[in-house]
Design a protein around this ligand. Structure first.
Ligand SMILES: Cc1cc2nc3c(=O)[nH]c(=O)nc-3n(C[C@H](O)[C@H](O)[C@H](O)COP(=O)(O)OP(=O)(O)OC[C@H]3O[C@@H](n4cnc5c(N)ncnc54)[C@H](O)[C@@H]3O)c2cc1C
Ligand code: FES
Length: 278
């Protein structure tokens, strides 16, 4: 596990919300002032965010790792804690512990082609990786960003996807499960985009995040196409409490998702993906 910013990783720092943005009907992005020292993190790492009086939830950092002065999280309101966090307003305070876990090993993709496969909110933990790939563009081969949403109104970061798509050095493909309104783009699940993407399978690193079923299918498709399981990285979601490998809440077999993940290779996760959550 990487080092957290606080001396005691169980004690949250109290921070303030600077700005909020409603992304989708049930998804908000919070920009938090991390204080004068800023907040360094690796793409794919998560924080434990504490809504005072309600509780804590694991939330990935979704901002740019090059901007340590802006701590950004994107949250879907699904239950008590995530709803309390998502509804925070500028000026409100919350607690932050982290960053925790192993993120996306972007450096492992140096000189390789990169395929990013995102389903729904899975684009949030991948966005810091995309920022880094763009910032260091010359270090990588071809880059494909494949993103899927249930419908056009469920598409996270749509204007950013359009901006990336306008670049000549990245291939961005988006799809929706169900076309509505004036949608004229791809229709079908995100994994159908994999076989159409341009990459050299033996020299490709893939980063995949989304619902577990989608990650499982994406990993199988990528392996069928010739990408080695050791070069396909997935991010696991499990119930978290301590986030530092003590409480056992996220334990599977000999692995703790908080400490050994959340990002790990398909070669390693294949077995865990077959297990039900405790
Ligand atoms: C490493 C990691 C990173 C994460 N990153 C993010 C992130 O960037 N943004 C984010 O919004 N969430 C993220 N999550 C998920 C988030 O931690 C949970 O959604 C949150 O803990 C739910 O807590 P709650 O108290 O609001 O809901 P609960 O009361 O725990 O759950 C309420 C209901 O929602 C369902 N539910 C719980 N989680 C989810 C989910 N993820 N999707 C759909 N239904 C769910 C439950 O089954 C239950 O029915 C991450 C989780 C992990 C482990
Ligand atoms: S959340 Fe406590 S061991 Fe992972």
């Amino acid at each position: 596990m990487s080092e957290t910013h606080a001396a005691d990783p169980m004690v949250p720092d109290v921070v303030r919300v600077v700005r909020t943005r409603r992304e989708l009907a049930d998804v908000w992005t919070l920009e938090i002032d991390p204080g004068p020292e800023g907040f360094a993190f690796a793409p794919g790492q998560f924080n434990m965010l504490y809504a005072f009086g309600v509780g804590e939830a694991a939330i990935s950092v979704s901002g740019d790792p090059a901007e340590a002065g802006r701590l950004i999280h994107t949250i879907r309101a699904v239950g008590n804690v995530s709803t309390a966090l998502a509804h925070l307003r500028p000026g409100d305070t919350l607690g932050v512990r982290g960053p925790f876990g192993h993120g996306w090993p972007v450096e492992a993709a140096t000189d390789a082609d990169v395929v990013i496969v995102a389903g729904g909110l899975g684009l949030a933990p991948l966005r810091p990786t995309i920022y880094r790939l763009i910032a260091e563009r010359s270090r990588y081969g071809r880059i494909a960003v494949l993103s899927g949403a249930r419908s056009p109104t469920d598409m996270l970061f749509r204007s950013e996807l359009e901006r990336w798509s306008a670049r000549l050095d990245i291939d961005v493909e988006v799809t929706v499960d169900h076309a509505t309104g004036d949608w004229r783009g791809n229709v079908g699940v995100v994994t159908t985009l994999i076989e159409r993407a341009a990459f050299d399978p033996p020299n490709t690193v893939a980063f995949v995040c989304g619902p577990e079923i989608m990650m499982r299918i994406a990993a199988v498709e990528l392996e069928k196409g010739g990408v080695a399981g050791e070069r396909i990285y997935l991010s696991m979601e499990r119930n978290m409490k301590c986030a530092i490998g003590h409480c056992g809440h996220c334990q599977f077999a000999g692995d703790f998702v908080c400490r050994d993940g959340p990002v790990a290779t398909h070669a390693r996760l294949r077995r865990l993906l077959a297990l039900r959550e405790i």
